[in-house]
Design a protein around this ligand. Structure first.
Ligand SMILES: Nc1ncnc2c1ncn2[C@@H]1O[C@H](COP(=O)(O)OP(=O)(O)OP(=O)(O)O)[C@@H](O)[C@H]1O
Ligand SMILES: [Zn+2]
Length: 517
């Protein structure tokens, strides 16, 4: 009983900071309040959106547009009126949340959804020496980890896996899965037609000798003056699904152990035009939501369209971009919330899939794949929130021998859904939580201080307001509170090469960087 009392005491006395009041955050705030926590601070920079309501259960339709942190507070106070909850509708990267701010807490609990904010909180917790309970969920998978300076690894001790990429030739010539067709449609075709013309693009599949194809591909993406938008769309169709496949087929080696694709030409699929020839088009429409599905009367995004339907969507979406979104062309990047873009990419991916004998997919599925969407599972968030609180209580009781990193699995392993493991030791060469020196190879007589600060210290090392020292000399610092002459002096130095700084940086120089407090 004594231990239970001490646990209750520890919880009552604790002052905790929650960062993020989204899917995990809502569950976490509820569980903290129900577990007896009485002093909770919440930072979240967002307002509530309709799409949050299915799982962020503290929010209701009437709250859409309001601060998540504030509404979450009010919702919990309804059933725990006597506790203190302090909301901040702000970005955790704002300077007000400095090391001093973090020091007031016994533990920090993350319910974030991005690497950048997580790294930032990790560094502040290290600087303030406050333990951090980190968490994340994707679909049925989840994870909770405790980071305590000197005792466990920090959030940045291990490099994070980079997003999955595919070999270029799989995408350009030999797709075998639907996702390959999506990547082709989104990153190559969509980018080529609607994106920045100056960006490199590997779209034109050439035959091995290359000579005969180069002429054909030269101007195919340019619209001729005498072409109307549908003629242009039909020409692109024939080029990418017909001609390019024909060229690829010519390379016999490629197809020795693979199924040969079938070139698809528009006249075989859709001999008749879908719009009247040279139909009068209204340019510069102010309509915001232009959709090929609506024009063609296709309603259900979960239907799998036939090749003919995909072809119609392809032509219509391309036509709509040309006539209704003229000003966007040349600077579009794929956005999963852009309906017309999703329609175009779905149709193009499906036509390519059809050519390569890959099963077709619905717009809903294609959108998920193209936007890397994993649908959130409310139960996973609830489980993870419970585990965060369990670890937070261990932190408060200084019970670090029992800290666990816990995975929530998609399929039970040995009848266990949760897999706890002992936390990892700090990585001795982690540049974030250890004093390890980093070796930088750079030409000090051509690289400017600006490059060093922007590209290395800020971008690579992720320090947003660094202070850089050479021995006891300050070389550079960032801050709104600098004296005018000091700031002017730094600005002057930024354009100097490293070797010509007032305290020159040359071969073998040791620099120290740290956050400005
Ligand atoms: N730098 C930041 N400062 C403060 N809050 C942040 C920061 N970055 C992310 N967040 C918050 O973390 C929460 C993460 O929640 P969640 O993963 O459920 O995402 P969401 O934006 O609510 O939902 P979805 O991304 O699925 O639409 C969000 O409420 C978001 O506002
Ligand atoms: Zn580390």
């Amino acid at each position: 009983m004594a231990s239970l009392d001490s646990q209750t005491e520890a919880i009552k006395r604790a002052k905790v900071l929650m960062v993020g009041a989204g899917g995990i955050g809502c569950e976490l705030l509820k569980t903290l309040a129900l577990s007896g926590f009485q002093d909770i601070h919440i930072i979240d920079m967002d307002t509530i959106e309709v799409s949050n309501l299915n799982r962020q259960f503290l929010f209701r339709q009437t709250h859409v547009g309001q601060s998540k942190a504030k509404v979450a507070r009010d919702a919990v106070l309804k059933f725990r009126p006597h506790i203190n909850i302090t909301p901040y509708h702000a970005n955790v990267k704002d300077p007000e949340f400095n090391v001093e701010f973090f020091k007031q807490f016994n533990v920090v609990l993350n319910g974030l959804d991005n690497l950048d904010a997580r790294r930032h909180v990790n560094r502040l917790c290290l600087a303030a020496e406050v333990p951090l309970v980190e968490s994340g969920t994707t679909g049925f998978l989840g994870q909770v980890t405790v980071h305590a300076k000197g005792k466990t690894e920090c959030y940045e001790c291990q490099p994070k896996p980079t997003p999955k990429t595919y070999p270029v030739c799989t995408i350009t010539s030999t797709p075998s899965k639907f996702v390959h067709c999506i990547v082709w449609a989104k990153d190559l075709l969509f980018a080529k037609l609607f994106g920045d013309k100056n960006q490199g693009n590997d779209l034109n599949v050439r035959s091995s000798d290359g000579a005969d194809s180069s002429k054909h591909t030269e101007d195919v993406f340019e619209r001729n003056l005498d072409e109307d938008s549908e003629q242009y769309a039909r020409k692109i169709y024939d080029h990418v699904f017909g001609y390019n496949t024909e060229v690829a087929l010519a390379n016999e080696e490629t197809w020795k152990n693979r199924n040969r694709p079938r070139p698809i030409y528009i006249s075989d699929v859709l001999p008749d035009r879908i719009t009247k020839k040279n139909a009068k088009v209204e340019n510069g429409s102010t309509e915001s939501a232009v959709s090929a599905m609506s024009s063609l009367g296709l309603k259900n995004p979960q239907d799998v369209w036939s090749l003919v339907e995909n072809t119609k969507i392809f032509l219509e979406a391309l036509r709509l971009f040309i006539v209704k979104r003229t000003e966007d062309i040349g600077n579009l990047t794929f956005d999963k919330d852009d309906q017309l873009a999703v329609e175009f990419v779905t149709a193009a991916a499906n036509i390519r899939a059809s050519s390569f004998g890959i099963p077709l997919h619905s717009l809903f599925e294609a959108k998920g794949i193209a936007g890397n969407i994993v649908h959130a599972v409310a139960t996973t968030n609830a489980i993870i929130a419970g585990l965060i609180v369990i670890e937070a209580i261990k932190v408060l009781r200084n019970d670090f021998h029992n800290y666990r990193m816990t995975y929530c699995l998609e399929h039970p392993s040995r009848k266990m859904l949760l897999m706890p493991v002992e936390p990892f030791e700090p990585n001795k060469s982690c540049y974030v939580c250890s004093e390890t020196p980093l070796l930088l190879e750079v030409n000090t007589s051509t690289s400017k201080l600006r490059d060093f600060v922007e590209k290395i210290v800020k971008n690579k090392l992720g320090m947003s307001s660094p202070l850089i020292m050479h021995g006891s000399n300050l070389i550079f610092e960032v801050g709104d509170d600098l004296e005018e002459d000091v700031a002017a002096n730094y600005a002057l130095n930024l354009d100097k090469v490293l070797a010509e700084l007032p305290t020159p940086v040359t071969n073998g120089t040791m620099l120290k960087t740290q956050r400005r407090i």
